[in-house]
Design a binder for this molecule. Structure first.
Ligand code: C2G
Length: 135
């Protein structure tokens, strides 16, 4: 069984995330998503999520491409994860191009082109603008 892993916050799940998950799963038979915990997001990534870890995990587990969701607590857990789960491929969007090449000693590393025109930040901004215009 060929195992793929990817990492992310996946807040306000959108089609850019789904495009990434679909292509990552197509690289193997089993896709693990290491999902950033609320603590990791707020303390290390400077991200404030709309949905909690549990809610984001529930959404990802409903996606047909995802086989397992594990917590991402730290920037430095990737080598351990790849070894512990016997991962063959590490996949991320191209906004991370090159950042995880150190994993090439442990598995294949693939960066997919980001889906243009969509991001969680953009969704939040546009919703915020709409709210103001409805005031
Ligand atoms: N993504 C994408 N296209 C978009 C938005 C996101 O391909 N329009 C991809 C990102 O490149 C990433 C995944 O979807 O591979 C999840 O995106 P985020 O939740 O923004 O992930 P990020 O916060 O960058 O976390 O240790 C790695 C980090 O946890 C990555």
């Amino acid at each position: 069984m060929k195992k793929v892993i990817t990492y992310g916050t996946y807040d306000l799940l959108h089609y850019g995330h789904i495009n990434l998950l679909r292509r990552a799963k197509a690289l193997g038979d089993y896709l693990i998503v290491a999902l950033s915990t609320d603590e990791f997001n707020s303390e290390k990534k400077g991200k404030k999520c709309y949905f909690s870890y549990e809610q984001r995990k529930q959404l990802l587990e409903a996606v047909r491409y995802v086989d397992l969701v594990i917590p991402e607590n730290d920037w430095d857990q990737k080598i351990n994860d790849v070894q512990e789960f016997k991962v063959d491929v590490f996949a991320m969007g191209s906004d991370w191009e090159g950042k995880f090449d150190f994993l090439k000693d442990y598995c294949e590393v693939v960066y997919f082109p980001r889906t243009p025109e969509i991001s969680t930040t953009q969704i939040k901004q546009q919703l915020g603008n709409k709210e103001q215009s409805n005031d």
